[in-house]
Ligand binder design. Structure first.
Ligand code: XMP
Length: 326
């Protein structure tokens, strides 16, 4: 497949168009790989999930999916990948819990770009090690989409997690969605029967919660971050904001403030809520969240998440802030 989207290519918006695209790609992949094996790093994000579901349809167990849990995923993410792909789609899925390995490497590292670099490099190393164990894998599949090729994909503009294993030779790359835009990938995902929550997922950076647990990551603060993020997502979903706000998440910085909990002085971390809207992630505006909803979230986080005694709402647009805090 060429790297340029033909002008004649229609935008995929309907299930019929999606089904036609899927049938076409299933044939193309079968023709490309025959009965050989294909390896895919399956993060659980929209792009890699759609590629996985498409390739399972085309070559079944000859697709080997590797899901690396770097310990910086959101609550319930690895479980969802296992449930959807292993239990429901009967995929050939290898799950690697590399949490300790990543957190040990990150211990004491406070500089944001250094953290990113460690996470990115370690990810490739873990993936390479797995690939080497499977000596009969010939092709590498990737969830490249058209904005990645155009290099205007702002979400991928940073040093990303993933990338190609450098020392392993593959016969070829399988990139079935590389001419598609994100909205088309979501239409394909729905037609493939992926859960709505997976297909409509908000963007999540490769380094994951690592850039939201600011400064040097500690396990207890990471747990507080994961729990507060889960509460925020649950309340946004209940309020019908899922899919309407581009990105919403919490940040737990590496300093504490004094408060009162259960009649006693507390000295705990604050938790910062960020909810932004944007078209291209280059600039972003603040979502106007109803006060009552914010109040409910503050109440839940301060009562349910150990280690947090204060919640703030970040009202800074981009610029001057960035979407993430690191
Ligand atoms: P910023 O923070 O620069 O983020 O306003 C813009 C968009 O990019 C995402 N982001 C990343 N995505 N690896 C990624 O894959 C990264 O290192 C990274 N850093 C930020 C961010 O979530 C937002 O959508």
């Amino acid at each position: 497949m060429a790297d340029v989207r033909p002008e004649s290519m229609e935008r995929i918006t309907t299930p019929e168009q999606a089904n036609a695209f899927i049938a076409e790609q299933v044939e193309a992949v079968k023709k490309q790989v025959g009965d050989k094996k294909v390896l895919l790093a399956l993060s659980g994000g929209v792009d890699s999930s759609v590629v996985a579901a498409l390739l399972i349809k085309a070559i079944g167990k000859n697709l080997v999916c590797v899901h690396v849990n770097h310990g910086l995923l959101r609550k319930g993410e690895p479980e969802q990948v296992i449930e959807v792909f292993k239990n429901q789609m009967d995929a050939n899925l290898i799950y690697i819990d590399a949490t300790d390995r990543f957190l040990d490497k990150l211990a004491g590292v406070a500089e944001p770009e250094k953290k990113r670099k460690i996470i990115g490099e370690e990810f490739i190393r873990v993936f390479e090690e797995e690939a080497r164990k499977l000596d009969d894998v010939d092709f590498l599949a990737q969830g490249t989409i058209y904005p990645d090729i155009l290099e205007s994909g702002p979400v991928k503009a940073h040093h990303n997690v993933g990338g190609l294993p450098e020392d392993i030779h593959f016969e070829g790359l399988v990139e079935p969605i590389k001419l598609l835009f994100k909205d088309e990938v979501r239409v394909i995902g729905r037609a493939l029967g992926l859960p709505v929550g997976m297909v409509e997922r908000q963007p999540f950076p490769g380094p994951g919660l690592g850039v939201r647990c600011t400064g040097a990551i500690t396990r207890d603060r990471l747990t507080a971050l994961r729990e507060s993020d889960a509460i925020l997502r649950e309340e946004f979903a209940n309020a019908g904001l899922e899919g309407k706000v581009w990105q919403y998440f919490t940040i737990v910085p590496d300093y504490k403030s004094v408060g009162v909990k259960n009649g006693l002085r507390s000295f705990e971390w604050p938790c910062i809520i960020r909810a932004v809207n944007t078209k291209d992630a280059m600039t972003a505006t603040i979502e106007e969240i109803p006060y009552a909803l914010l109040g409910k979230i503050v109440n839940r986080i301060t009562n349910e998440v150990p280690g947090i005694n204060r919640v703030l709402y970040d009202l800074t647009p981009k610029p001057t802030g960035t979407i993430e805090w690191e």
